[in-house]
Design a binder for this molecule. Sequence first.
Ligand code: BG6
Length: 288
Amino acid sequence: MSAETASSSTAGPPAPVQRPTRRFTGRNNRGGRSVILSQPGGYSTEAVYRPPQPIRGGIPICFPKFFDEEFLEKHGFARTEVWILTHDTAFPPPTPDHAYVDFLLDHKPDDFQDWPNHKFELRLRVILGPTGDLTMTTRVKNVNTNGEPFAFKFAYHSYFSVSNILATRIEGLQGLDYRDYLNHNQFTEEADVLTFEEELDRAYLNTPDEIRIRDLELRRVITIHKDDSLPEIVVWNPWEDDAGLISDFGYEEYKEMICVEAAAMDSEITLNPNEEWTATQRLSAKEY
Ligand SMILES: O=P(O)(O)OC[C@H]1O[C@@H](O)[C@H](O)[C@@H](O)[C@@H]1O
């Protein structure tokens, strides 16, 4: 990953105060492979860039739901809505060698009729550090004026690029309970590293603050550092048969991707009026 920073722009809101002068491509400093799936820009070759289709790749934000929920689209509406650039003074300013940008989910109070009586603010700060670390902090605030709490779920649905799914290992999950969404059972992970040889769709519970994706062919480790607001890690690869059913996914792309999603999706977060919830994940990559 690499970025150059521009000096602050303060000419009238809304505006990012500091931004990369080049588009973030998720490539490492040695000119190597992208960290985030997969083609230029970090998306599937078949990604569709037209609402209401979510974009396949990158790091979609799942909010206020995860999976299919009655009345709401799968994984919630945040990943298919328009976000605007803003300048969020409530976030602490990062150090000068970090580039950052603030986003706000743009909506009017009555926009989401399927999720009524939930007045909320959803804000995201993305920070790119000088060594390529990518930090994302989300803030959700209940701005209901009717005194009502609301509840939600959340995930950073990160699509990581790997050289070969057969040579990919996830470290940090041993001993954890997980829900297996392919057979709707709960198990305990016995393996010291998670390997892949078929479709996999699981939510690991009560996970530690760091989870690593080891790419044995690239000799690269991507670390997901996350805070306590994100207790679950969802791991998903559709494998061949399921990938063939996903129209915005290249048929062979399952071989070079893995979704590892820091999430609060097993139980809902409840916010009272004026309460705020924040959740941070930081991604770093190292070759060895
Ligand atoms: O196709 P979508 O809506 O982007 O979802 C992709 C996958 O997202 C994962 O988070 C889920 O665990 C999977 O069950 C799901 O298939």
